[in-house]
Design a protein around this ligand. Sequence first.
Ligand code: ATP
Ligand code: MG
Length: 431
Amino acid sequence: MSKIIEPLRGVHDVLPAQIAAWQHLERVAREVFANYGYQEFRVPLIEHTELFKRSIGDFTDIVEKEMFSFIDQGEDHITLRPEATAGIVRAVISNGLLREGRLRIWCMGPMFRRERPQAGRYRQFHQIDVEAFGFTGPDVDAEMILLSARLFKRLGLKGLKLLVNSLGTPACRAAYREKLAAYFGAHAASLDEDSRRRLVGNPLRILDSKNPDMQRIVADAPLLLDSLDPESRSHFESLCAQLRSAGIEYHVDPRLVRGLDYYTRTVFEWTTDALGSQSTVCAGGRYDGLIAQMGGVDTPGIGWAMGQERVVMLLEKQDLPHLAARPQVYLVMVGGPAELPGLKLAEQLRDAWPKLALQINLGGGSFKTQFKRADKSGADYALVLGEEEVARGVVAVKPLRRELAQEDCPLERINERIGMLLGLKVGNDHG
Ligand code: ATP
Ligand code: MG
């Protein structure tokens, strides 16, 4: 026998038994985005490596050690996208979408980061992303957060905590950077290797360190929030007032800096206690300078990304039996003469009811075997077609989940009968 090929480290399969939670999350997300007037946007999984280096920042975890990069046969330096914002910014610039000035979009799909795999941390994972371009005021910051709050609410997820902070303008960050450099410089002997490199390159990144020893030093570092410029302060206060008026509970966390360089002013995270150390389920912020920095017309931007694996883990802790995908009807066909009429019947029912979930028996088998399969499929009804039924022009309808008698239904009335039994509606309504 040949050797089995194992999956790569840190990637995972989503099995059919797990798909219900994924589809539920994605369906609810699409609904909520439509509620707020956001449109879907799809961007490539591969981009020039340069794009991520320039936008995410050289001294970030992602660019320093997590990117899957390679040189292709044409000598292009390519990276599998570690996050969506950079590609979206590239795409709105290269497609001239900012000419209208304003844009509200979302995107969903796989991301790649070469990190140490753990529960809730993978090398290929999935994000739901939202971005808005062209809005300067704090109203869009509030909208971004409300959108995420509504998504969690529709999903029925409770106990999530919202953390917010402001990073101010680049100028005020530059002044803060000096203060931080002085503070960490005084502790240089106790810094780990990453932090010592960042002390020279970008001391703000030390605040983002996951090393507990660094976090102890970080705890006493000066706070940016204390030296915020007046406009950023009033922007932040207005956002907080809007959150309060919308009834969204939040906590100001002056240590929150986020792992990417491009953020300005508002940053936020939703965290949970239910997933151990992988506690952040959604995170984002404003990036007013990024588009100009990437060669576009100076346009403010803001966005967030939600880790789908982590949200699915939370959903799986809840009971979601109603989501399990199963057929409504299983067609039992016994004997050669029943198979062609059976296939015809199945296609006729699918024509009549576009939303009907009907599974037919494949590969023959006795009545007993086929009924076992029908039962295992989880269907509500079995339709039974044997040689005798074919001869009489009927199909037997057998309820599988309730103690009701089996009935014979003339073939010409079966569409109507199934529609009635399952409460099906004609047409392609969303629902
Ligand atoms: P962390 O601090 O957990 O490394 P991050 O700051 O690197 O997160 P972002 O770049 O803000 O994460 O990504 C947004 C969200 O995507 C995270 O809050 C998390 O839910 C999810 N996420 C990020 N990296 C991974 C990963 N490797 N595996 C699974 N989900 C991830
Ligand atoms: Mg990370």
